[in-house]
Every structure is written in structure tokens, then in C-alpha cells.
Ligand binder design. Structure first.
Ligand SMILES: [Zn+2]
Ligand SMILES: [Zn+2]
Length: 411
């Protein structure tokens, strides 16, 4: 399967050596000076496509929204997940192509900084409108009615495509004239825009508490300090602490999978305790008295995985009796990297209920009236036995194919 992660050209923030990053990369380790930095983005990351325009041409850039992630649609027969990777004009204009097509997959992009030369036409379409366009493209093929839709695990970026004028509009990637219906003369400056700004920063990859090097996979959104055993996630100004826990394994050499355990206020349906869930989901279990006092929490995978697997894990782990006796720190053993931020995980809660409430007619009836407000989240690592092809949890009666984890995101 093709790799649809964007290739990004960049320089090491420490020594200036050239480097190629993947779009999902957060931890950057320079091959020359060995310094490790963490990429912090402010708002939507901006990239531009490379151009081959002759040196005397004034290149300008046209903006596109680009979305890659899972689209969950809650249908009367339950939730469905699709993977989408698409782009669309960030301001409506007949002069420019409506989308980038496959270019983002075949070209190496660069990050836009305040040093990037050229006139940058400013985006006008709000992200919400662009997402609505992306969703509509997919909804057409789905059975109706649609009860709810959510975008999860998303990478949203702004990609600028280069153009210049030479007896009309020329595509700066291929140096090809574009056909224009509107022949009236115009200038790029007719569109609002200007010089771009820098919307990212590399910060030292060090534990804010003890100064130790933080550890994580290249796309991790949660970084670990093995020295003071704390977890950290990027925030506006730097790293902030992540509450965590793990369920100690009763078997040797476990592999831990991270889940966001989210406690939420739920209105429109009685769902406060685990006993409420057993009733709501019609689980084939004999109700036990202590369950009435055991709070219900959502358990959302904190890692990116195929939409179908994600929904399955979300449903099974949320419906399982919550593990007792959690250790309030992260485990020493092998852990799968958490690469799905909690804010994304919180988008999955309604899809989770759509998969749990039984019978389905009752779900269709209830779902539109349910209001969910996430209150607290903790990253909880659950142990799995490391089988040849599968990770297995007897407690959850659950097996996850290892291929599905490693292939995760580049579908
Ligand atoms: Zn370097
Ligand atoms: Zn530390």
C-alpha cells in the first residue's frame, strides 16, 4: 500500500543541516549534530509545494486545505469508519484547480516560514466549511439517515501551490499553462494576502521536571521521561504533564497499549455507572451490585489504527469491566506509542455510544438527543500478551492483529 504521509524538507534548528521529515513526525533527531528537538505547531501547519519557475518570474501561492484522517459516520445500523485523504481550495476561485489531486503524495513539501519568498494568497474558507465539503463527498455513498459524523485522528494542514503569470496563469510545479475561462486581466494581489508567517517552533526535547531526555516514537504526541517517570504532551508554550496509569500485567513480557480513559458528563440517557452501561448495551452479564457505584468511562485507543479496528477496540474496551488496582505511573515494559492526542480521542465518544447502545432502533432514537461533555482524561496502559501474530488480552477477551498496528496509518 502506498505511503500517503507527506515528505517535508527542512533544516535542523540547531546546525542547519538538511533533513526530510514526515508530516506526522514530531520528534526530530538530527543525523549530523545528534540534537533532538520536538516540533511544536501553532494552529494549522503550513506547507508549500516546490516550484520550478524560471528565475525572473514572481511566484505566488494559492492555499488548499488538506485533510487526512478517519471519518466516522453513525448510521442506523451502527457506526462506520472510513479513511480519507483529500484537499480542497481554501478560497473559492474558478481560476485555480479545485484540489491538489495526488501531488501531495508525489512531491516533497517544505514548511512555510516568514523567510519563504513569494506572495501568499490568504485562505478565506473556514476549516469547518472545508470539513463539511470533505464529509459531503463521502456521505453521498452512505445509506441515510446519518445520525452523526466525526473526524478523528486527523492531520489538517494548509498547503500552498505555486503559480506565476505569463500571458495567463502558469502552474509553477510543472511550468504548465492553465486553461482559464475568465480572460479578464488580473494580478495575484487582487486577492488578499501577503508575506507568510512561521507557525511552528522546535523546542528542546527535555523533561520540564528533571531535564532528562524525553523518549518517544517519531510521531508520538505523548513523550516519556524514564528518569522521573512522567509523561508529557505538547501545549502552546511547551510540554505539559499527562496523568497516566497502567494495569500491571499478571504474565511475563507484556506489551502495553495506551488508551485515553475519558470521564464525561452525559445528558439525554442514563449513563453514569458501569451498571447503566450493562443495561444500555444489553450486555449478557448478570448485574452485580458494586457496578452501580463503578463510574462509566470511555476507553478510546490513544494510537492511530485502521478505522474498523479503532471502532472495535473503542467498543470492546469501553464495554469491559474497568480494570482494578491501577498503578499510577506508566509501565516499564514495551509500550505502543501514543500518537492520537486526547483532543482527537474526545471526538470519538458519540461514535462509541452509537456502537454500544442496543437494540439499534433504540440507538437511532436516543443518539440525536445525547449530549456528551468530556471532563477528565487519563492515559491508561493495558497489558497484552505478545503472541506471534497477535496481541492478546484474556481479561478483555480481545486479540489485535500486530500487522494492523504497525501498518496503522498509511493506508
Ligand atoms: Zn543538526
Ligand atoms: Zn523527568
Amino acid at each position: 500500500m502506498k505511503n500517503s504521509d507527506l515528505q517535508i524538507e527542512h533544516q535542523c534548528p540547531q546546525c542547519g543541516a538538511p533533513a526530510t521529515l514526515l508530516e506526522s513526525d514530531r520528534l526530530f533527531s538530527c543525523a549530523y549534530c545528534r540534537v533532538k528537538s520536538y516540533l511544536l505547531t501553532h494552529g494549522v501547519t503550513q506547507y508549500h509545494l516546490p516550484h520550478k519557475a524560471p528565475g525572473d518570474k514572481e511566484v505566488f501561492y494559492f492555499p488548499y486545505w488538506r485533510f487526512k484522517g478517519m471519518l466516522f459516520s453513525c448510521l442506523p445500523k451502527g457506526p462506520e469508519g472510513h479513511f480519507i485523504d483529500t484537499s480542497h481550495q481554501a478560497l473559492p476561485s474558478q481560476r485555480f484547480p479545485v484540489s491538489l489531486g495526488l501531488r501531495t503524495q508525489t512531491l516533497t513539501l517544505s514548511m512555510v516560514t516568514d523567510q519563504t519568498p513569494g506572495y501568499f494568497i490568504a485562505p478565506q474558507t473556514p476549516l469547518g466549511d472545508a470539513m463539511a465539503i470533505f464529509s459531503r463527498r463521502f456521505v453521498r455513498d452512505l445509506p441515510q439517515p446519518l445520525l452523526h459524523q466525526a473526524h478523528i485522528g486527523e492531520t489538517v494542514s494548509m498547503i500552498y501551490a505555486p503559480y506565476y503569470l505569463e500571458d495567463g496563469l502558469v502552474d509553477g510545479v510543472l511550468n504548465q499553462r492553465l486553461h482559464e475561462n475568465d480572460q479578464s486581466p488580473w494580478q495575484p494581489e487582487d486577492f488578499p494576502g501577503g508575506a507568510p508567517g512561521t507557525r511552528f517552533a522546535f523546542i528542546p526535547n527535555l523533561c520540564p521536571q528533571c531535564g532528562w531526555d524525553l523518549e518517544g516514537a517519531r510521531d508520538a504526541v505523548v513523550m516519556a521521561c524514564r528518569n522521573c517517570r512522567s509523561l508529557w504532551q505538547p501545549k502552546q508554550a511547551g510540554f505539559s504533564t499527562v496523568p497516566c496509569a497502567h494495569s500491571p500485567a499478571a504474565f511475563p513480557d507484556p506489551v502495553y497499549l495506551p488508551f485515553w480513559r475519558i470521564k464525561a458528563d452525559i445528558k439525554g440517557v442514563a449513563l453514569v455507572s458501569y451498571a447503566d452501561l450493562v443495561r444500555l448495551a444489553n450486555l449478557p452479564k448478570a448485574l452485580q451490585a458494586p457496578w452501580e457505584d463503578s463510574p462509566f468511562c470511555f476507553w478510546v485507543p490513544a494510537f492511530k489504527v485502521r478505522p474498523r479496528v479503532f471502532l472495535r477496540l473503542l467498543r470492546i474496551v469501553s464495554a469491559a469491566l474497568p480494570p482494578k488496582d491501577l498503578a499510577q505511573h506508566f509501565p516499564e515494559d514495551t509500550c505502543l506509542a501514543a500518537n492520537l492526542p486526547v483532543i482527537e480521542a474526545a471526538e470519538a465518544l458519540r461514535s462509541c455510544l452509537a456502537g454500544l447502545i442496543k437494540p439499534l432502533e433504540r440507538m437511532s432514537e436516543l443518539l440525536p438527543h445525547i449530549v456528551i461533555k468530556p471532563r477528565r482524561a487519563r492515559l491508561v496502559y493495558l497489558p497484552f500478551e505478545d503472541g506471534r501474530h497477535e496481541l492478546v488480552s484474556r481479561a478483555l477477551n480481545l486479540a489485535v492483529n500486530k500487522n494492523q498496528l504497525s501498518l496503522a496509518w498509511n493506508l
